[in-house]
Structure formats: structure tokens, C-alpha cells
Design a protein around this ligand. Structure first.
Ligand code: ZN
Ligand code: ZN
Length: 629
């Protein structure tokens, strides 16, 4: 921001010479000259020099402070300048100190521009006692009804965590506005006060109170909408974020850059491709600048919503790419199992002189693991340390264990786990246990499972993996033992949950879900699917069920896995050529995987399923993961 752009500070007229200063260096020369000629005593010149030092893009607060202390009679404007500069700096306490000097200066008194800065300094230092004193002085100066001062006062209480006082002030202001002259329709200030209060509730995690206030707002600004959307999106309330975003379309305000950057991660998480495409078109139509941040968010959205080719298009069109952008595309390609493309982009990233981060290496190593590139993975892991000087985190060791484990190098995998410099976490042990299941090694599997159960005794994941290991070998007796253990310790499986977006609406299904309004139709579709599957000679793979019950019951439990329900619903609610996009919270089970392959052939549909780890593109009876996931 330019020094002279803030008209609310009413700067004095600018002497011609200072106007020609473009840098601090120019100013220092002029400053030296003024000292020599004695013109520094000129209060106008001094105020201007102070302002330049204090509020330029690269402020020099030491010099500003020096000029200020040498002023004979600093006026209110100069006090405000220096207080404001310090409140924005890394020495906010200095702003409070100068404010106290100001109180003792009998020639000046603080005004509506002084208080917001000094309150900001109190918030940044969490100085609630000083803040309360300033509150009293605001009342003394009759500024407690000024919207600008009031919003900063409420913000100070909010940031210092004194929500009761913030609430009292807020309620008082709302009442006084209603009594005296009603709500000023053009009043930006009143909107800011509401925004600050809503932000306060969000900070302490009271989303319902925040939403209630948001819904009651007499008038909203783009900032109000953005705040609510970002709060939901950043706290895992993705559906709510999208609802508010869609509601915003019906208001007379338009989404801006911040809105889009806030909503895109929620769209990605829910796999709501239609909405994501709408956002992209909106960006193009309104010529919103696609920088690295927005570009990366768009790439991430397209790849998480299943359109990796669109993600590549966005990536190729970006004028500038930073490490986040490269990570977004490499991560996307990795999730889609496009190993060659991912490694090719990793190579291009290094060519472009962008240093890979530890996030990059997680994608690169997981690509090698999924593609069975053992030697390549090994060498990337070495380079990460030797060439890039990065310290591998537990996630990287997890990828390496996965790499060795999938390739059947179980001994090497176990050795790596036992020799990791940090304490191996449950993810690493689970990777090893999965490998034991994949290669049918019960002996190591039991050993690993015991470690896992010590580490996280209440995590259902390890019990399920061990039980599946026994089940895949037909050892129902031990399956039953694991089940009993889970029951005794009151451990339940995470409920499976799948989402499907139809016409911009997100539909959510749980295992054996019958709560949907079209549950009856979905149910008959599921039955039809079962019949048609069986007519192709398909036999359900019941080894994945955690129950040793009779075969028929097991089979029906499989038919009701949430991804199948979502697909059944997708088949009856879209036109025959539409691609179905399903997002599942857990890893897809082997039975669902093989039946969805067949469903894609029987119904001639493309089905894209994102499970916890990766994407599966089902088409004409086969899957992009080549059955290796
Ligand atoms: Zn399943
Ligand atoms: Zn697959």
C-alpha cells in the first residue's frame, strides 16, 4: 500500500521534494539535507519524513522513531502515524508505550484513528488489561459508538479470548443501532462489527453460533461470505462450505479470489466436479488472475474430482509455478496411478530449478511403490537426503515400507521398520501388515499385528487387517478370535461412507443405508445389479468380510457397502452416458472392486471411485489401477 493512499489519515500537504522520493534511500539523502539546513524543525517536513519511514512498503521504524522523538511538538497525526506503524510491526508493545506518552501530552488527545491501532497492538500482544483501560478511555472520549473504533474494540476482546465482553459490546451496539436511527444501509462499519463477532465464534470453534449470527446479519459483505465459507472448509465441514457458497450465488454479491481459494478445497474433498468446473469457468469469465495459489487449488480440485487431464491443462497454462503447484500436479498424477507422468513431472520440476519439498517426495515414493519400481524408489529416497538435504519423516519411511512390502521384500521391509530413526507409527506397521496379507505371511503378520495393537489398542484398522489376513487363508477360527477381542475391547470398524454428486447436490450413503428418500428405488436397483452380476458368472469374494457367518448373509452384507449404494443411486439418477463420480472414506474392498469392474461393463458406464488412497477409473470391465492398490 502506498503511504499516501489512506485518505482517512488526512495527511498534511506534501512538500514537493518528498513527493519525488521513491525509495528509503532517496529519503535518507533528503533527510540528511534537511538536518544540515535546519529545515528538520519544520513540522510539516518532519511529519512527512516520519510518514515515509513509518508507512512505506518497507518501513524503517528505527529512523521513524528517531524522527518522532526529535519532533518538538508532534501533532495527533504524527502520533497516529508512529502508533500505527508499530502496531503493524514485530514490536507492537512500542505502540502501546507511545500511546501512553500521547495520553500525557497536553497538546494532543487521541482520536478515532488512534484507538484502532493501539487496540490492534493489544490484541497482538494479548494485553487484555491495557485493552480494558483503553476501552475506558474510548468511552471517556465519546468514541464508543464509532463503528470503526467499536469493531476494533470487539476484535481486541475476541482475539484476547474474552468472548463475554465481546458479546456484551456487540449486543449493545446492535440495540443502539436499532433504537437510534435503525440500521444504516450504507454502513460498512456495522457489517464489520458483525464480521468480527462471527470470526470470534469461529475462533473458539462455535460454528453454530457463528452461523446463527451470519444468518441474522441485516446485510452482508463479500468478507462475511468468505469468512463463513473458509471457516467451514478449514474445519472439515465441507458440505456446509458448499451450501454457503451456493447460497452466495443467490445473493447480489459476487465471489472474489478469496472466495474461490477458500471453497476449492471443500469442492475437492467432496469430489463435486460440476461445481469445480463452474468455479473454473467463473475465473475465466471474470478474468480473475490465476496465480500460484489459485492455480494449485484448481489443479488439486480437478485431480481430486477425477479429471486429471483437466488438471494437466490448467498446469500447462500457468505462467508461474511454485513448489505447491508442482506438488499438486505430481500428487494428482500419483493418486491416479499415472506413474510415468508423475515421475516425468518430477524430472521437469528439477529441470525448472524448483527444489522439491518433503511433500514432493511422498508422492514420488508412493508412485514408485504403486508401480513396483523398487530400485527407482530406493534411489529417490537416497537423493532426498543426500542431494536435497531433506530429513525423511515417518511418512517417507511408510512409503518405503510399502514399496518393499508390495514387491514382496517383506524381510527388507521389516528391517527398515525396526531401524527407522524415529518411533515407527501405526501407519508404517499397517503398511507392513497389509504387505503380509498380500503375500500371505501369517507369521510376520501376527508379529506385526501384536506391535500394532500395543501401539494403538483402540484402532479398528489393525484388527480388521489381521482378521482379513486370517480370512484370506480361510482361517475362520482366528477370525472369530479377533472379532471377540474387538467386541471385548468395544472396538468398532470405522463406518464406510460414500458420496456422489448429482446435479450439484451431494448425496451421502453409509453401509446398509436406507435413509435416502429414494431408498426403495435404490434397493431394487441393488437387487437388479446383483442378479445381473451373478448372470455373468461373478462370485462374491467373501474373504473380505469380517464375519464368519453363512455365505448368503455375507454376500448381502457386501451388496450394501456404501460405494455400491452410491453407484446404484447414480445409475438410476443420471442419463446413460454420464460418468459416475464416487468418493469413499475408506479403502475399497476387493469384492466391491471386482464387482464395480463388471458393473462398468454391464451398464456401459465410466465409474470413477476415489477411495482413501487413490483413484480407480473403471471402464469396460477393467480398472486403471490394474488391480494393484
Ligand atoms: Zn466393499
Ligand atoms: Zn482399481
Amino acid at each position: 500500500m502506498s503511504v499516501f493512499s489512506n485518505s482517512s489519515l488526512f495527511p498534511p500537504p506534501i512538500p514537493a521534494k518528498i513527493q519525488t522520493c521513491k525509495t528509503i534511500k532517496d529519503l535518507q539523502q533528503l533527510h540528511a539535507q534537511k538536518i544540515k539546513t535546519g529545515r528538520i524543525r519544520d513540522p510539516f517536513a518532519a511529519a512527512q519524513i516520519l510518514q515515509f519511514y513509518a508507512l512505506s512498503d518497507h518501513p524503517n521504524l528505527q529512523s521513524a522513531h528517531l524522527v518522532f522523538t526529535h519532533m518538538e511538538e508532534p501533532n495527533c497525526y504524527s502520533y497516529n502515524t508512529i502508533i500505527r506503524a508499530f502496531s503493524d510491526s514485530n514490536q507492537p508493545l512500542e505502540a502501546i508505550i507511545i500511546y501512553h506518552q500521547m495520553l500525557h501530552d497536553r497538546f494532543v488527545k487521541p482520536n478515532q484513528y488512534t484507538f484502532p491501532s493501539v487496540l490492534k497492538a493489544c490484541s497482538r500482544e494479548i494485553r487484555i488489561e491495557e485493552g480494558k483501560q483503553i476501552h475506558c478511555q474510548i468511552i471517556k472520549h465519546g468514541l464508543n459508538l464509532d463503528d470503526f473504533v467499536l469493531s476494533n474494540l470487539i476484535r481486541m476482546y475476541v482475539i484476547c479470548g474474552v468472548m463475554d465482553d465481546a458479546q456484551r459490546l456487540f449486543k449493545g451496539s446492535v440495540q443502539s443501532k436499532n433504537i437510534f436511527g435503525g440500521i444504516d444501509k450504507s454502513g460498512e462499519g456495522i457489517i464489520v462489527i458483525w464480521n468480527v463477532m462471527i470470526d470470534g465464534y469461529i475462533r473458539i470453534g462455535e460454528f453454530e453460533s457463528a452461523r446463527k449470527l451470519f444468518d441474522e446479519m441485516p446485510q452482508r459483505s463479500v468478507v462475511s461470505w468468505n469468512g463463513m465459507i473458509a471457516a467451514y472448509a478449514q474445519n472439515g465441514l465441507f458440505k456446509e462450505a458448499l451450501e454457503v457458497f451456493c447460497e452466495m450465488q443467490t445473493s447480489d454479491l459476487h465471489p472474489n479470489y478469496v472466495t474461490l481459494v477458500s471453497v476449492l478445497p471443500a469442492i475437492s474433498r467432496l469430489g463435486a466436479l460440476d461445481l469445480g468446473e463452474w468455479v473454473h469457468k467463473y475465473v475465466e469469465k471474470n478474468m480473475i488472475k490465476v496465480d500460484e495459489v489459485l492455480g494449485s487449488a484448481l489443479i488439486d480440485m480437478y485431480s481430486k474430482c477425477g479429471s486429471i487431464d483437466k488438471a494437466l491443462q490448467v498446469f500447462d497454462c500457468l505462467p508461474h509455478r511454485n513448489v505447491v503447484t508442482w506438488n499438486a500436479i505430481i500428487g494428482g498424477l500419483a493418486m491416479h496411478g499415472r506413474a510415468d507422468d508423475a515421475l516425468d513431472h518430477f524430472f521437469r520440476m528439477e529441470q525448472a530449478g524448483v527444489a522439491p519439498s518433503d511433500v514432493t517426495f511422498i508422492s514420488v515414493l508412493s508412485v514408485c511403490s504403486h508401480a513396483g519400481l523398487v530400485d527407482e524408489g530406493r534411489s529417490h529416497f537416497k537423493n532426498m537426503v543426500r542431494v536435497n538435504g531433506l530429513r525423511p519423516r515417518v511418512e517417507h519411511y511408510g512409503c518405503m515400507v510399502d514399496l518393499f512390502g508390495r514387491a514382496g521384500l517383506l524381510k527388507e521391509a521389516e528391517e527398515l521398520v525396526l531401524n527407522t530413526p524415529m518411533k515407527p507409527d501405526d501407519v508404517i506397521w499397517k503398511a507392513l501388515l497389509s504387505a503380509c496379507r498380500l503375500h500371505g505371511d501369517t507369521e510376520m503378520g501376527e508379529r506385526v499385528a501384536r506391535r500394532l495393537m500395543d501401539l494403538a489398542p483402540h484402532d479398528s484398522g489393525s484388527y480388521v487387517l489381521l482378521s482379513n489376513l486370517y480370512a484370506s487363508l480361510g482361517n475362520w477360527e482366528d477370525v472369530a478370535k479377533v472379532r471377540l477381542m474387538m467386541k471385548e475391547m468395544d472396538i468398532r470398524k470405522d463406518p464406510g461412507c460414500s458420496l456422489i454428486a448429482i446435479d450439484g447436490m451431494i448425496h451421502e450413503f453409509l453401509v446398509q443405508d436406507e435413509s435416502h428418500p429414494r431408498a426403495k428405488e435404490i434397493h431394487s436397483m441393488l437387487e437388479e445389479m446383483a442378479v445381473r452380476l451373478r448372470s455373468t458368472g461373478y462370485m462374491p469374494d467373501t474373504t473380505q468380510v469380517l464375519l464368519n457367518i453363512d455365505e448368503e448373509e455375507k454376500e448381502s452384507a457386501l451388496y450394501y457397502h456404501s460405494e455400491k449404494i452410491a453407484i446404484a443411486f447414480g445409475l438410476i439418477s443420471t442419463n446413460p452416458s454420464a460418468t459416475l463420480q464416487v468418493v469413499k472414506n475408506l479403502r475399497v474392498c476387493a469384492d466391491c472392486h471386482s464387482s464395480i469392474k463388471l458393473i462398468s461393463k454391464i451398464y456401459d458406464r465410466r465409474i470413477i471411485l476415489r477411495d482413501r488412497n487413490r483413484f480407480h477409473h473403471f471402464e469396460k470391465g477393467s480398472c486403471s489401477c490394474m488391480d494393484y492398490w
